[in-house]
Design a protein around this ligand. Structure first.
Ligand SMILES: [Zn+2]
Ligand SMILES: [Zn+2]
Length: 338
């Protein structure tokens, strides 16, 4: 009852203060520890985010590009103090988190930069579920865990070792994530020529966080994937229950659409976020996303001299942010609160 009236007050206060998404008085509903956040090149810093509810110590990995390397950094920075080895355990702190702390993997698509850590660390991991949409599970089964590229640590295909129990998500249906008190709903994204990637809408209690895997803009992809996703999360933003979005901007501005390869830039990201804002509040879209936290992922580093894409993307999003969005830039080993 108290919680209900509090959240109603928050919704009211948020509206009065000028946005659906902001509600300063609430504590965090989710924590995200970044194990890797870049979009390629540096093999030690590839997409992997550990999601938990504060105080639970049970983590879900959102993609698994860099795992152990990121765990070492996170332990060194004190970002995983809520998940310590049991008394008497002979495991290292990072080993404990890998084996006992991570309860499940959510894989957005089977590109190597999203699964290389999972594959390499599989020899020393424990049994747990691996959740994804059909195309992702099919690709892992056929092209990675197939006794050719790597031993079959999956639960389908030839002579499976059944360490990773494939759990096929059906689009839009909410399913529990075993070993946690979280639930997930998956949505298809279009990642160059309709190659399917996915977004995961995770629910903890009555709060939500949205993780998007690699995606191009609808206009370039000639798809309606993001439009469908925005329509699904718009009511949660109106109700003040979406705590944040992890969304990619792989490149700085200035790329021709033909060279996006199924990715976003600051300009395309803002175009998509304007469509989301329109869907949240057609009457006042300029304020619809005010205060919403968006963590910018998958920025691809450059081998050229001069300013790094990360710095450019930060600057360009700041300049283009006419929606009052709070942009966050994840760093390997650090913890973000949503
Ligand atoms: Zn990809
Ligand atoms: Zn990628």
């Amino acid at each position: 009852m108290l919680k209900n009236s509090l959240s109603r007050w928050c919704l009211f206060a948020g509206l009065v203060m000028g946005g659906f998404a902001s509600c300063g008085a609430r504590g965090p509903a989710f924590s995200v520890v970044t194990l890797g956040c870049e979009g390629g090149l540096a093999e030690g810093n590839l997409s992997c985010y550990l999601l938990t509810r504060p105080g639970s110590g049970a983590y879900v990995a959102l993609d698994a590009g860099t795992v152990l390397g990121g765990l070492r950094q996170a332990v060194a920075r004190g970002s995983l103090n809520d998940c310590q080895p049991e008394r008497g355990s002979n495991q290292s702190h990072e080993g404990w988190v890998l084996r006992q702390g991570i309860k499940a993997y959510l894989v957005s698509h089977a590109h190597i930069d999203h699964v290389s850590g999972l594959v390499i660390d599989s020899t020393d991991d424990t049994s747990k579920p691996l959740l994804g949409l059909d195309p992702t599970i099919d690709d892992l089964r056929d092209h990675l865990f197939n006794w050719k590229t790597w031993p079959n640590f999956g639960s389908e295909g030839e002579r499976p070792l059944n360490q990773y129990r494939y759990q096929r998500l059906s689009e839009g249906n909410r399913q529990p994530i075993q070993g946690t008190d979280l639930e997930v709903q998956a949505f298809t994204l279009s990642h160059s020529n309709h190659y399917p990637s996915s977004a995961f809408l995770v629910r903890g209690g009555d709060q939500y966080l949205l993780y998007c895997g690699d995606t191009g803009p609808d206009e370039v992809e000639r798809s309606q994937c993001l439009e469908r996703l925005w329509a699904a999360v718009a009511p949660l933003i109106r109700e003040g229950r979406l705590r944040g979005i992890l969304l990619e901007s792989s490149y700085p501005d200035g790329r021709e659409p033909g060279l996006l390869f199924g990715h976003l830039t600051p300009e395309w990201m803002m175009k998509e976020l304007h469509r989301l804002a329109q869907s949240v509040d057609p009457k006042n879209p300029q304020r619809a996303l005010a205060g919403l936290k968006i963590a910018v992922t998958h920025i691809k580093p450059s081998l050229e001299k001069g300013r790094q894409p990360r710095e450019l993307v930060q600057e360009q999003l700041k300049a283009r942010n006419d929606l009052g969005i709070v942009f966050l830039f994840p760093e390997q080993g650090r913890r973000l609160e949503f």
